[in-house]
Design a protein around this ligand. Sequence first.
Ligand code: ADP
Length: 450
Amino acid sequence: MFNKILIANRGEIALRVVRAAREMGIASVAVHSTADSDAMHVRMADESVCIGPPSSTQSYLSVPAIIAACEVTGAEAIHPGYGFLSENAGFVQVVEDHGLTFIGPTAEHIRVMGDKITAKDTMKKLGVPCVPGSEGGVASVEEAKKIGEEFGYPVIIKATAGGGGRGMKVAQNAEEMEKAFLTARAEGKANFGNDEVYIEKYLTTPRHIEIQVFGDGKGRAVHLGERDCSLQRRHQKVFEEAPGPSISAEERAAIGKTCADAVARINYTGAGTIEFLYENGEFYFIEMNTRLQVEHPVTEAIFDVDLVREQIRVAAGMEMSFQQEDLQINGHAIEVRINAEKLPNFAPCPGRITQYHAPGGLGVRMDSALYDGYSIPPYYDSLIGKLIVHGRDRPEALARLNRALGELIVDGVDTTVPLFHALLQEEDVLTGGYNIHWLEHWLETNLGGS
Ligand code: ADP
């Protein structure tokens, strides 16, 4: 096992990894920009290294600075968290070239899954069902229109290198195709340096269902059921739950096995998430994330596992501590993402926290790097906390979420907490009767923003 690991991230996820490492008796090294000198992850880690100025390109994304921090502190492995360098195959290569261990999959797996066309092709060959659409990239508007006719409108044009909801455009009909196609291509180029796009049938009422998988890198893999992340704004998740209210035990077992078998066959290492759209009882693969997800705690709650601990174990060459038969679902868990944003337009709202009080009690977990007097810097993602509740069943989890949100105090900045109070009044949220478009419609009707 490692003696010391470095965490190439910040905020709640850096703290999450520090906690797992400490329980395993592993020392942790935090890295930080000058804007994060007072951050909680820096305070909680055993050691810290300043790696650059506020701009993430010069700090959290600076590969030389992170490698140097490992060398200075003697860290043997790097946990990337999510975002930043977590899905950067080039980074993984550099880490390995320096004799260090990357806590995650191989550079090759990241490369394959990071390109959505290659990922879809790979998954298809592994027997995973995919959204109908173009075979590979689409080079021209004319070709795009032909595909639109073949599959029927609406269609979605996606940048193969896209992520975070960027580089995707919907065309409702042939007239909209040219603009949608060129915009998706331009966004792909501008944000990801790659203008290749492909086309899929646009599903009108799907749910977003993702399967958590875990592999040991030696051909053994398990699944840990699904998460329903259908409540989204601009393709970004805001509320996630497990198990999915619409998924039966039989469906779970079948799609879970398909996914576990697929990743076992490619000798996948560590945590991964296979994302699907689910409509009329069918699953359609959209992408695979080769890292820990923001919403991993809901899975941890219902399976009583520590996914970060498991990632570290497997990276150190140890066996997974569970097998498929050990993984039984217990109850229901919900996570809400608390962002420092001002409603109704979700404008980022950095600033000083004058008072912070985290909720507690039975079945409540608050993953956050906030503290009284902390100043949220304006340079990074606006996620400031994740409130996760666990109950014996969905109604109990919902009641607990309501109770815990009532206890939470975050003063000094605007947050998305009022959104969740409002959502908990909605019949569709209480019954689980929503799809990926539900929240956008609700926001338009109720807040007038989008
Ligand atoms: P990203 O990598 O940017 O997160 P994804 O491919 O995972 O992109 O898609 C993100 C979200 O976009 C999905 O959760 C869903 O809401 C929507 N989406 C993607 N593909 C389709 C599709 N074929 N039909 C309808 N919605 C889609």
